[in-house]
Design a protein around this ligand. Structure first.
Ligand SMILES: *Cc1c(COP(=O)(O)O)cnc(C)c1O
Length: 431
């Protein structure tokens, strides 16, 4: 599409946008002057669906009226609550319902899955991950390696971009996997890197990992609800994600986990166990001897966090009503493309501002990461002051994520205006 830098053009795209009406289903936080803010932070915390509160309240009501009986009675008995979430969550990540379970939080799920899929031996004990991964992932890996009596410096291998580049090349990731060969136990990467917004080629990485006998998993915190995923087809071994970013399910909301179907009938696969993962038929017999449920459900520990699951369910319903990931993706490519177009037009040199997110739409999701070499903090404060909510990542990156469910082309145009106004002052200062 040929973009135009005008409000009329942005409004025309909104008028043609089949998803435009979904914005009404979210609470848009007010900006400094009471107007709607320009919210570009759905990669950090998605907005509240208008149906979320009622969904949680329904469970308060059930608790109030049914108390312990709520586990078995009412419109959505708590005993089985998580089961209804498996199918819609599976559609988000391209999996079969048996491969997905909604439980816990992201880092907890990462640990639980690593217990099963990072089982080092004397010779095969290396873990490959992206350098500069989200800190929680780094800490999780460090501690997993120590749990096996190994040194993180020895066991963890980090991928870094070539000098002068900001993102990883698939060929380099694959070459590193081949080089590690028999010493590689597990590959664990983001599906999308949180800092650069780069989408990794999960199919190619999985193939390469399997070719050397390693297990391959992905942290989909920035990918779930952002780009179409095909975990089953890609043969990924395991994955986990949070739901408060692109899945709009509330701060600290319940998370997801994926375990490929080929492990569904492997009760002997080592794992940390709890009663909720135990064979449902026998769960309340309170017998000794853990017998896991089939599939990802067999990794559950505890009874379900119903209040956050109810919110997640409401948020997933909005996703489904919008038509699913392929529909969202079509708008997302245009929205992010429009933002990129407007930033590129600012006329700033690469020594002032660079977009470090790949320019190739297939290698990115919603987010653009702006590396601001000069006065970055000043730009970020300026954005905030006029009601543009993005986020700042040390040392000098501003991340902006237009989200197809609730952001408009007009939002993007308005951000472009704010950036242009700031950019024009930069040139004056330099002259
Ligand atoms: C957001 C995010 C987290 C956060 O972990 P929680 O357990 O949900 O607090 C972890 N890893 C990545 C890659 C993230 O983007």
């Amino acid at each position: 599409m040929t973009f135009e830098p005008t409000l009329a053009f942005a409004r025309q795209l909104d008028a043609q946008d089949p998803l435009h009406k979904f914005r009404q289903q979210f609470h848009i936080p007010p900006g400094p002057a009471g107007q709607e803010s320009l919210y570009f932070c759905g990669n950090s915390l998605g907005l509240q669906p208008r149906t979320a509160r009622a969904a949680a309240e329904q469970q308060f009501t059930n608790w109030q009226n049914l108390a312990v009986e709520g586990h078995f009675r009412g419109d959505s008995p708590w005993m089985n609550f998580h089961e209804a979430l498996a199918a819609p969550a599976a559609r988000i990540v391209g999996a079969k319902p048996v491969e997905v379970v909604v439980m816990n939080n992201l880092t907890t799920n990462l640990h639980l899955l690593l217990v099963s899929f990072y089982q080092p031996t004397a010779t095969r004990y290396k873990v490959l991950m992206e350098g500069g991964a989200f800190p929680s992932d780094q800490y999780a890996l460090e501690s997993q390696v120590k749990l096996h009596g190994r040194q993180p410096d020895d066991a963890i291998v980090e991928l870094t971009p070539r000098s002068g580049e900001h993102t990883l090349r698939t060929e380099d990731i694959v070459a590193k996997i081949e080089e590690l060969g028999d010493s590689l136990a597990t590959v664990i990467m983001g599906g999308i890197n949180y800092y650069t917004g780069q989408v990794y080629d999960m199919a190619a990485i999985t193939r390469a990992g399997h070719a050397v006998g390693a297990k391959v998993g992905f942290d989909l915190a920035h990918a779930a609800g952002n780009i179409p995923l095909h975990l089953h087809e890609w043969n990924v071994d395991f994955a986990c994600w949070c739901t408060y970013k692109y899945l709009n399910s509330g701060p600290g909301g319940v998370a997801g986990a994926f375990v490929h179907e080929r492990y569904a009938e492997q009760p002997e696969l080592l794992r940390l166990a709890g009663w909720w993962g135990h064979d449902e038929e026998e769960r309340f017999k309170m017998r000794k001897g853990f017998r896991p449920m089939r599939g990802a459900a067999g990794w559950q520990l505890s009874n379900s966090a119903i209040l956050t699951m109810a919110v997640h369910q409401a948020a997933l319903e909005v996703h489904e009503a919008a038509g699913g990931m392929e529909v969202l993706r079509r708008k997302s490519e245009l929205l992010t493309g429009y933002l990129e177009f407007l930033i590129t037009r600012l006329g700033l040199s690469a020594s002032q501002l660079e977009i470090i997110t790949p320019a190739d739409p297939t290698q990115r999701g919603c987010q653009l990461s702006l590396l601001v070499h000069q006065n970055g903090r000043d730009l970020f404060e300026h954005l905030l002051a006029v009601g543009v909510i993005g986020d700042w990542r040390e040392p000098n990156v501003i991340r902006l994520a237009p989200v197809p469910l609730y952001n408009t082309f007009e939002d993007v145009y308005r951000v472009g205006e704010v950036l242009a106004e700031w950019a024009s002052r930069q040139q004056v200062v330099q002259a």
